[in-house]
Write a protein that binds this ligand. Structure first.
Ligand code: NAD
Length: 484
């Protein structure tokens, strides 16, 4: 890409188009300056997109295909992303602020979903149920129809890829509502769908304000299934809208996830996990390691080492952070950065100690220093609420029961971790931590293959893995009375 396009359109019914609600200005978080304009959809645009998706669904052009053929198209979309990796990663970095090397990982991660679910397309099989002589009974899994997918800004590509790939593989058509802060890179899904030969209207990508386009999509009477990834407050609205139309929804919401670190843990490996767990994507990760619950026997040493890690990160514009290394870039928006900084101030007022960082950086762009808070106790806001920034809170425990109780003492339950060489201790903790995913001795262990989703206010339903396929199909039982 030689010149960065100044205007990006929505994609409805196989055509790029303007938005009925005008345009949204997208900022470059690395500089704080406006980057480009994005077409902004209104409720009528949403209506057009849903109508197109429904038309394609009812035509059977996707759902009647032999699954392997649908799977190949899904895989081709992933290959398109990889073939255009550098261009897409550059757009993603410019609009989201993340380091270029992290953006490349995100493009690869997005492509991986299309590879995985493309492969899964032909594995969705029913079963035959014995009803005795005189009957033949079997089940089939049919696509839901129009899948509405509402995407957050922290991983705009991967979050879309996660739901879009599985929905298409199972024969659904999709309307994607992209995030206002960084919608631009989602354009490449439209191009990928065209390159893969998907029919016009099967994939619709539009940006618009959540309260207008998002709300119109979530409440649309012709939508058959909703996938939402975002905040708890919006999740509640989505669930209400889905309930009114009696359609299922998957909610992937926030987290306040804890790593329990025992005195026999491999601290070198753990500190490396902290680097990924809380400073990757500047901590704007729903499954971030936002709390460390450390044994009192290693607490002080651990705090020293994590503080050193945080202070060793070079922070600056993502576009300059080309190679993987000890670096971090901007947060996605000024509001998000200021909110995180304010939460650190509040934590200190509540009695926490800021071992390092905590301040907005004195330079253009939306930067927050990598932050370590100690002396955090369970009752503090910082221990209960999601920061969604590069801020880790360290709490101290004396025995295992206390550690588990602390880990479970938030309304969330997305992921959790336990770090120890003692297999019994790890296994007991894994059973007791109330979360959809537990990491033992490596934060973020797992992949596209492993189911992901929350307990409690972290949401319901599972994305990733084979479990996600069931979000996009409904089971039909066919019972045949045999003659003779
Ligand atoms: P958000 O809830 O503000 O927005 C998410 C999406 O919902 C955006 O596209 C937005 O436009 C849309 N939206 C907003 N109001 C809406 C409404 N009334 N009706 C329909 N759509 C509406 O969340 P965010 O700030 O973009 O994302 C951050 C949050 O997302 C964090 O809490 C984070 O933990 C969570 N998150 C969770 C996961 C996960 O998989 N569990 C992944 C990423 C982010």
């Amino acid at each position: 890409m030689t010149d960065f396009p100044s205007y990006w359109q929505n994609y409805i019914d196989g055509a790029f188009c303007d938005g009925g609600a005008g345009r949204i200005t997208v900022d470059d978080p690395g500089t704080g300056a406006p980057l480009a304009q994005q077409a902004c959809a209104d409720a009528r645009d949403v209506d057009r997109a849903v109508a197109a998706a429904q038309r394609v669904h009812l035509s059977g052009v996707l759902s009647d295909l032999r699954p392997v053929e649908r799977g190949r198209m899904v895989q081709a979309m992933g290959r398109y992303l990889l073939e255009n990796l550098e261009e897409i990663a550059t757009v993603l970095t410019r609009e989201s602020g993340k380091p270029l090397w992290e953006a490349r990982i995100e493009v690869e991660g997005a492509a991986r979903y299309f590879e995985y679910y493309g492969n899964q397309a032909e594995t969705v099989e029913g079963r035959s149920i014995p009803l005795g002589k005189g009957y033949f009974d079997f089940t089939v899994h049919e696509p839901m129809g129009v899948s509405a997918q509402i995407i957050p800004w922290n991983y705009p590509l991967e979050m879309t890829a996660r739901s879009l790939s599985a929905a298409l593989a199972t024969g659904n058509t999709c309307v994607i509502k992209t995030p206002e802060l960084d919608p631009l890179s989602n354009t490449y899904f439209a191009k990928a769908a065209e390159a893969a030969g998907l029919p016009a209207g099967a994939v619709n990508i539009l940006c618009g304000h959540g309260t207008e386009a998002g709300a119109a999509l979530a409440s649309h009477a012709r939508v058959n299934q909703i996938v939402f990834t975002g905040s708890v407050a919006t999740g509640i609205r989505i669930a209400e809208a889905a309930a009114r139309n009696i359609v299922p929804c998957v909610l992937e919401l926030g987290g306040k996830s804890a790593a329990i670190v025992h005195d026999d843990a491999d601290l070198d490996a753990f500190v490396n996990d902290v680097r990924w767990g809380i400073y990757f994507n500047a901590g704007q990760v729903c499954s971030a390691m936002s709390r460390i619950i450390a044994s009192d026997k290693i607490h002080d040493e651990l705090v020293d080492r994590i503080t050193g890690l945080a202070e060793g990160l070079s922070v600056g514009p993502g576009i300059e952070r080309v190679a993987q290394g000890p670096n971090m870039a901007a947060m996605a928006s000024l509001a998000q950065r200021d909110r995180a900084a304010a939460m650190v101030v509040q934590a200190q007022a509540d009695g926490a100690r800021c071992a390092t960082g905590g301040r907005a950086m004195n330079q253009p762009g939306f930067f927050l220093e990598p932050t370590v808070l100690t002396d955090v106790t369970q009752d503090m806001q910082i221990a209960q609420e999601e920061v969604f920034g590069p801020v880790v809170s360290v709490l101290k425990f004396r025995d295992e029961a206390e550690a588990i109780a602390m880990a479970n003492a938030t309304p969330y339950g997305l992921v959790g971790g336990v770090f120890t060489r003692d297999l019994d201790r790890a296994t007991q903790a894994a059973r007791q931590i109330r979360a959809g995913q537990v990491f033992v001795n490596e934060w973020f262990a797992g992949g596209v293959e492993t189911p992901f989703g929350g307990y409690g206010q972290s949401g319901y339903g599972r994305e990733k893995g084979r479990e996600a396929l069931w979000n996009y199909v409904q089971t039909k039982n066919i019972a045949i009375k045999l003659g003779g």
